[in-house]
Each structure stands twice: as C-alpha cells, then as structure tokens.
Write a protein that binds this ligand. Structure first.
Ligand SMILES: [Zn+2]
Ligand SMILES: [Zn+2]
Ligand SMILES: [Zn+2]
Length: 249
C-alpha cells in the first residue's frame, strides 16, 4: 500500500482498506457516514486526519503523554504498509479523561448513571490518524461497564466538536459549563476532579460499610470488592474470623 496523501485519501475510503485493531487484532469495520473505522470487540474508533475536528485534535496533542514501559500501539493504518518497519508505526499515546451517561432500567424506573475513567488516545505522526482505544471493562469506580459499552462508547464520537453541558463539582456544588471540546485543558481538569471526587466518595462509602458491619460477619472480601455476608464460623477447629466457606487454606 502507498502512503495516503490528501488526494487519494478519498479513494482509499471508497475501497475500504482492511485495518485491524491495534489492541486486540480484530478487523475494523468501516462506518461510511462517519468516515471512521471501529472495533466491535473493544469499542475503539479510528479517525483519519480529515475526519477529526481540528480543535479536538489540537487539544489531544496537548494532553499528558503516556510513557509506559513496553507499551507500543501500532498505527492501524500504517502497520499495513510494508515499507515501514514496526518501530516507525508506533502511535504516540495520550491519556484522556472520558465520561458518559448511561441509562439503566431498574425495577423503580430508568436511572442515569455517570461513568468516567481514563483511557489512551494514540496519534500517528506518519499518517496523522487518531486511534481512540476502547474504555476497558471497568469505570474509575471499579463498576463494570456492561454489555452495551462498545455502542455507547462509539456514540461519544458523534459528540466530538458539538456543544454540550459538562457537569463538574466546584466548592462542593454541582455546576455546569458549556463546551464544544471536552478534550480542552480546562475540561479535562474538571473531568479529572469529578473522577477523583467520585473515587473518594466510593472509597469512603466502602469504609463506612466495612465499619458498620457486625463483628459477627466473615472478613472475606471477594475479587469484586464485595464483603462476605455469612456469619463467622463458631467451630473450634476453624479460623473464627471467617465463615465455613472462606476458611484460609
Ligand atoms: Zn479492538
Ligand atoms: Zn499512521
Ligand atoms: Zn465468608
């Protein structure tokens, strides 16, 4: 394949070049009306230089760079170019704060749940494409993102460059600003504050829950952070801090 140039980028899109997800190897799907490619496995989205809002792209390049030992994400576009060696096609990664509202149906009605986290955005210095990695499995509070995540995630990209209300916490109060660019310095800093405040509240809630628990309950904590609600074992041969199920080996 040749290096995409301004003029033949169109042709490349019409031909739907085959690209693969740099995070899981899944073949990316071309989305004609958006000009983007997406991964249905992890939710990642690939935008070419002409399909991304220029203000958004400028802000992304100002985000803190992610320097992680051993982390190398290949540009999905350039890695198909055999003229370039592996090292040359690595993306420059930036950390981005993200959020969305996710509507949940519960027995008492629908609820809007705020989910936020940090993920990587990779930019290619060769072809200028941008790869938005998927959000992963959990949000910043350790809550599972659910099975519709990839759809909700890629819908965020319709918001790019559009005005929206960004809620944040300031002086203990909820306030909103209107912005077209959630990747901006101020916006990212507000999102970061909201994320950290959320994590703090969640940790506090867990501490309170642990402190208010009856002394008679098992001390086991499951992988998902849930404490066991069985009674401690009273058997003399047992470790009496734990229930009969969670006896230390
Ligand atoms: Zn993927
Ligand atoms: Zn590239
Ligand atoms: Zn237990």
């Amino acid at each position: 394949m040749h290096k995409p140039q301004e003029g033949d980028a169109r042709i490349a899109y019409l031909e739907h070049d085959v690209y693969h997800c740099p995070d899981d190897g899944q073949q990316l799907l071309f989305v004609p009306n958006e000009g983007s490619y997406r991964c249905d496995m992890c939710g990642g989205v690939l935008l070419s230089a002409k399909d991304i809002d220029s203000e958004v792209l400028e802000s992304i390049m100002e985000l803190p760079e992610v320097i992680e030992e051993g982390l190398s994400t290949e540009c999905p576009t350039c890695s198909t170019d055999s003229d370039l060696s592996d090292g040359e096609t690595a993306l420059t990664n930036f950390a981005v704060e993200w959020y969305y509202y996710h509507t949940q149906t519960t027995p008492i009605g629908t609820m809007k749940v705020y989910q936020c986290g940090v993920s990587n955005v990779g930019h290619c210095t060769v072809c200028a494409s941008t790869w938005f990695a998927g959000p992963g499995e959990f949000d910043a509070l350790g809550r599972a993102l659910g099975k519709n995540t990839t759809r909700i995630w890629r819908e965020q990209f319709r918001r790019l460059g559009k005005k929206e209300k960004l809620w944040h916490i300031s002086g203990g109060e909820r306030r909103a600003i209107k912005t077209k660019n959630t990747f901006g310095v101020q916006e990212q800093s507000l999102l970061r504050q909201a994320r950290l405040a959320g994590v703090e509240t969640e940790t506090e809630r867990k501490w309170k829950e642990a402190a208010s628990r009856s002394d008679n309950l098992c001390k086991h904590v499951a992988d998902n952070g849930k404490m066991c609600d069985h009674r401690k074992s009273a058997k003399s041969t047992h470790d009496q801090d734990y229930c009969y199920k969670h006896q230390p080996e």
